[in-house]
Structure formats: structure tokens, C-alpha cells
Design a protein around this ligand. Structure first.
Ligand code: NAP
Length: 303
């Protein structure tokens, strides 16, 4: 006998939206979250592209969303899911020492920060290297910082740091940035942001903590750049392996699903950034959450 109608793995925008829709359809719901509600958006400085909300901090958005889901009766639990299996027509998740059971499963596992893969990157994390400007930017007040990446996260971080740090150097491997034009224009207007395009960080400098980076341009010439902080914003990658028996993964490790968020296993749905799709945005994550929950409710009602 399953404890819940729907188990939702992941308390980001996709998972929490799924919880809202499922609760409003009268289903019992447990949302399992590993670290903190909101997922990646919780550490976004400012969200300015969510329809009808001209500007909101990622933290405020996440808190409001989690409160909305809980007020509707969604149960929540912190704990990392270490195993998932199908049993007796339902699903069993292992989180810590606990086993949780549900009739349907929504996977909204998001994605984790991609690393640069440089020697000593792990060792210097928290000693000058960060993957979240909003979380750690305040430690670099009046200091020299570097941001790596050319997407929205990198530009958002550069803009946030421009208001805190003495200088921000944005290093991107190509000449073209993929971030929204509005963010690029805003960063170019800041007096303390420098763009180093067509360049890569090839080495991390410093003993106990980061003191700078080695930068190589497309012509192969190298130079040292002194920096107290390095913010790595080179995108995300999924962490879906433990669910591979239940939902097929594509080459990049994202769940394969239809636009209806159904996976190869009846009763298992995928929503948000963890799913193979073209556009990973807050808007598409919440859209997935509503689609997956509606599909899960219909599937349950048909059983
Ligand atoms: P992203 O769009 O995938 O961009 C990753 C960036 O990192 C790209 O510029 C990429 O370079 C670069 N990169 C990847 N691997 C690298 C490596 N090994 N070394 C150096 N550079 C590397 O990731 P994101 O910026 O985190 O954004 C993820 C999604 O969230 C996007 O859809 C984005 O629009 C969305 N987002 C939205 C908001 C918002 O709405 N406010 C805020 C943040 C993020 P190339 O360009 O050369 O591939």
C-alpha cells in the first residue's frame, strides 16, 4: 500500500509547481528535496523574465513558491534519494534510512553546476572559488573577481558582483555570448566589468586560497590575471543516473520524455531542467511541473 499518491523528487520550480497542481487535484503529495527549496533559481540574483512579475529575487520567488505548495497541503522532506525502484505497482524511493512509497513518481531533479575540470578546482572551492555569486559575492567586497561563462548565469553573476566587488572580469571561451542581450548591455554599462572573450582559464593560481588565474586567448598567448574570487558559471549537468532503470536517459544524461512529460515507465514523469528539451528556463520548468502533475493525476485516475 503506497503512502502517497505522488512522490516528487526535487523541490525546484518544476517539482513545487507539480505539487501545487497535484494538491489542487486532490492527490496526496510528498516533495523530496536534497538541499533547499527553489533549486538553481534560489541563488539567482534577480529574475526579470517571469511574466507579470517584472522583478523578483530568486530567493523570494523560491520561498513564496514553497510556501504556496505547503499551504495547499504538499508534504515536504529533506533528504537525498539514493535509490529508486518499482514495486507492487508503485514506486519506492530510498532517502537516508527511510523508504518512501508512492503510486506515481515525478522526477524534477534539475541539474547541478558544471565544473571547469581544472586541477585543484575542488581544493580551492570555498577558498576563492564559488559556483554562486549571490551566495558568496559578499565575501568579495572591494576585491577583484573573475566570472567564467557566457550564458545568463554568468552575466547575472557579473552584474551582481559589479555592485559588490572592485572589479569583475568576465572570461568566455567564444567571441559570442549566449546570454540575453539586455543582460549583456547592462554589464557593458558597468564601469567595473571587463569582457575577455575568446579566452579560457587554463590554470588556478594560489596556495592556501586563490590568488589568480592563468588565461589563454585563442591565439595561444597566456597571461596571469590576479583575482581574489573566481565564479564558475559554465552551465549545468543532470544527475539522473540512479533513475536510469525507470526513465531512459539521452546522451547528455537528461530524461527522455514526450512533451506530456511521460517517460518510458507508466506512472513516471519528468519535469524541468532534468528533462531533454530545448529551453531550460523558469517559465519552462513551471510549465513542465503543471503538465507532469496533470498527466500523473490522469494516469492515477485511470488505474
Ligand atoms: P548555459 O546557458 O548552458 O551557458 C553555459 C555557458 O558556459 C556557455 O556560455 C558555455 O559556452 C560556457 N561553458 C560551458 N562549458 C564550459 C567549459 N568547460 N569551459 C568554459 N566555458 C564553458 O548555462 P547557464 O548560464 O547556467 O543557464 C542555464 C539555463 O538557465 C539557460 O537556459 C539560461 O537561459 C537559464 N537562466 C535563466 C536566468 C533568468 O532567466 N534570469 C538566469 C540564469 C539562467 P558556449 O556558449 O561556448 O557553449
Amino acid at each position: 500500500m503506497s503512502e502517497y499518491d505522488i512522490l516528487i523528487v526535487g523541490g525546484g520550480p518544476a517539482g513545487l509547481t507539480a505539487a501545487i497542481y497535484a494538491r489542487r487535484a486532490g492527490k496526496s503529495v510528498l516533495v523530496l528535496e536534497g538541499t533547499g527549496f527553489g533549486g538553481q533559481i534560489a541563488s539567482s540574483h534577480l529574475v526579470e523574465n517571469y511574466p507579470a512579475i517584472p522583478a523578483i529575487s530568486g530567493a523570494d520567488y523560491s520561498e513564496t513558491l514553497a510556501a504556496q505548495a505547503k499551504a495547499l497541503g504538499a508534504e515536504t522532506r529533506f533528504g537525498r534519494v539514493s535509490a529508486a525502484r518499482q514495486e507492487d505497482g508503485g514506486f519506492v524511493l530510498t532517502a537516508g534510512k527511510k523508504e518512501l512509497t508512492g503510486k506515481a513518481l515525478i522526477l524534477a531533479t534539475g541539474a547541478k553546476h558544471r565544473k571547469l575540470g581544472l586541477p585543484r578546482e575542488e581544493e580551492l572551492a570555498g577558498r576563492g572559488i564559488s559556483y554562486c555569486a549571490v551566495c558568496d559575492g559578499a565575501f568579495f567586497k572591494g576585491k577583484d573577481t573573475v566570472v567564467v561563462g557566457g550564458g545568463d548565469s554568468a552575466l547575472q553573476s557579473a552584474l551582481f558582483l559589479a555592485g559588490v566587488a572592485k572589479s569583475v572580469t568576465l572570461i568566455h571561451r567564444r567571441e559570442e555570448l549566449r546570454a540575453q542581450d539586455a543582460s549583456v548591455a547592462a554589464a557593458r554599462e558597468r564601469g567595473n566589468v571587463t569582457f575577455l572573450l575568446g579566452s579560457r582559464v587554463t590554470e588556478l593560481l594560489g596556495e592556501q586560497s586563490l590568488s589568480g588565474v592563468m588565461v589563454e586567448d585563442s591565439a595561444g598567448s597566456r597571461r596571469e590575471l590576479a583575482a581574489d574570487g573566481l565564479f564558475i558559471e559554465v552551465g549545468q549537468e543532470p544527475d539522473n543516473e540512479i533513475f536510469a532503470q525507470l526513465a531512459e536517459l539521452d546522451q547528455g544524461g537528461y530524461f527522455r520524455s514526450g512533451e506530456d512529460c511521460r517517460t518510458k515507465t507508466p506512472g513516471v514523469f519528468a519535469a524541468g531542467d532534468c528533462r531533454a528539451k530545448d529551453l531550460r528556463q523558469l517559465t519552462t520548468a513551471v510549465a513542465d511541473g503543471s503538465v507532469a502533475a496533470t498527466a500523473a493525476c490522469r494516469w492515477l485516475d485511470g488505474q
